[in-house]
Structure formats: structure tokens, C-alpha cells
Design a protein around this ligand. Sequence first.
Ligand code: AMP
Ligand code: MG
Length: 402
Amino acid sequence: MAETPYFVSYPEAMEILKCHPLHLSTEHVSLDDAFHRILSQDLESKVNDPRFDNSSMDGFAFRFQDSISPPTSLDVIQTIQAGTSLPQTTVETGQAARIMTGAPIPKGADAILPIEKCRVDEEKSTVILLEEGKKHFIRKQGENLRRGHIALHQGDILNPSSIGLCATMGHPSVPVFSKAKIGIISTGDELKFPGEKLSENDIYESNSFGLSGLVRLSGHEAKRYDSVVDSLDELRDKLDIASQECDLILTSGGVSMGDWDLVRKLIEEEGDIKFWRVKIRPGSPPLFGYWNGKPLFGLPGNPASSHVVFRMLVAPYLRHSTHGGFQERKIRVQLAERFKTDENFLVLRRIKIDMSGDKILAYSTGYQGSGNLNSLVLADGLTLLEPGHSGEIGTWCEALLL
Ligand code: AMP
Ligand code: MG
């Protein structure tokens, strides 16, 4: 244990994790299966967007000069719909083309007036423009994206709008990282599956379910194992199975200082431990190491801590391994009440962020005990109160958006 980095600062923990990334293979998936997948390559547009100058309004296209002293009467010479080929007829002075949204702009025309600003005489095939034409209702070729432009990047997690953009750019399928299969093992004699009959000192096991959600939120695949009792042999067997079946292992519980903290004991004595304990509060017990060559995070057993440590260590680790991934969103908040801080620890309080006024204010969601999941459910952020921060009302800090 002498050489194991012990009680490292948060930045030190991140540096160690960066040296041991997961190596994931890549695959191609169709756009139908691309939601929440992580791009493994930059993606460039195969087309200009828009492909050609087109109208953003239903109305008339004409020469701007013809419209500068409304009302103006113009002869309607053609109708152009979206999807029809570019009309060969040029719009000359005194002429207009009826045009639909998305339809190509005919030669000669350089302005549009929406239909509601026009009076049409069908019999005479004329239109009276009631206002000056608008040049900005012409969407110019390539104004959104030029062919070859990289609009999505390796590591981006694909959301509904970015999937739409993949299609706009002409990609029927996209290169993504294969999902990491992440095994989740809870440890503790007292743990029972939710709903099971509880003996006097039992509690319902919750961490594996919460962690499984966090794994999927990160874009990966969770494999939840039944919890194991506090026995070195059972834990060793479960870790052996998980290390064969998974790319990464998360355990919860058993990493503190107690005699029954067997995860720590096992990784220390039979695995390969890279650090143990991190100066964050809550959640100081975690360890990172390897079991049978597979990376492993030993997360604390306290439910709020296991969640917070996933957010602070595991999520960035996965993100680093996929060159981006699950985007961490931070915001600067002003403390609306006094928060307990620490000289040496990064303090992660569960907060409600109020943006309804002209300030961005952070309120505690209540009792911050590391076993209290309820105050985490009420939270939409975690403070990132740096070591030595005063925590006084009115001071500022960064917060992680949950
Ligand atoms: P440990 O880290 O094993 O000492 O556990 C710390 C606290 O978290 C204890 O009160 C445990 O009962 C509780 N705990 C541990 N694992 C879980 C779990 N999977 N679900 C809910 N509570 C847990
Ligand atoms: Mg325990």
C-alpha cells in the first residue's frame, strides 16, 4: 500500500484516471439507432445546406427594385413548388413568380413578399405587392453549412437535433464508439432486493439501480449483478465473473476504513490499486484500480455518495475515454444561504438552482447526509465549492448541472 496514492485531491484523481482510459472499439449504426450514441469520428457535411437559394415563405419572388414604391402590380409568370426543378424562365422587370416555402429562387428574382402582404388577381394573372420586397426571405445556398464543414465532432453524444443534422448532412449511418459494458456490483450483508422481506437490520439495495441509470445516461450499457454479501470469497468470485463479462466494473460499498470494507482489501491485496480516497465531500472513500486487467471503481456505499462519485469520477473518466461523451454542464451560482465548506476538500452540496429572478441563486435541498437520496432527487445541481471557499451567503461558485 506504501506506493498507492492515498487521499488524493480531485485534480490528482483526474490526472491518474486520464492515464488509464478505457479502450473502446467502434461500429457504424443507422440513424434510427443513433440516439444517445457517441460519435467516434468527426462528421463532415456531404452537401451544402441549403442546397440552393430558396424561399423561406409562401409568396411571390420578383426583382427588389420593382417593389420599392408599393403598391406595385406585377405579372405572374410561373408557380414554383418545393421539389420541382429550378425553372428556366428568368423573372424580368415587371414580373413575379408565385413561390412556395423551400422552392428554388428563379433567375432574376432577388426578393420575396409573403402571400399575406400581396393581393392576387387570378383572372388577370397579376399580383399587387402591398409592401417592399424582403431580401432576407431568401435562404442562401450553404448559409447553414458548407459541403465539407465539420459540424459534429468525435465524442459528441447524439441528441435529437444532432441526429437530424446527420441526416441533413447526408449520412445514413454514423461511426460511434461501441458501448462500454459496465458491471455493477453492490456489496453488503444488509442489502435486500427492493420489495423482498426485510429482517430487522436489512435495507433495500438502491445503488445498483441508480448507477445503472447513470451508466445509461453516459451512453453505455449497464449490467447489474445481484449484490454480494461481505465475504472475500464471494466478492472475488463475482469480480472474476464481472471482469470476464464487462469492460469496466463499478462496485458500491466496502471501501471505507472498516474491517468489513472488503472491496478495498481485495483490490489492495490481489488487484492493482491506482488510488484510494479522494478529497471530495461527500464521497471521499472511492478507489480506482484493476481486477484481472479490467478497470474498476470502488464507489462508496452511501447512496448519495455513490451517485456523486459517479458524476465526479466515473462520468468524466468515460467522457475522456470517448473524447467527449456525456457533456458536463456547469454554471456559476450565487449562494443564497450559508454552505458548510472545508479547508481541504472540494464540497459538493445538493442544490436547487433558482433562475427566476435576475440572479442565479443556489439553495440547499435540505439535509445533506450522504445516505439521503431524497435531497439528491430534489437537486438540479451540485456545488463545486473549492477547498478553502468561505461558503458565505452572496459568494459565488461553480455548480455541476445534474
Ligand atoms: P459501506 O460503504 O459498505 O460501509 O456502506 C455505507 C452505508 O451505505 C451503509 O449504511 C450501507 O448500509 C449503505 N449502503 C451500502 N450499499 C448500499 C446499497 N447498494 N444500497 C443502499 N445502501 C447501501
Ligand atoms: Mg458495507
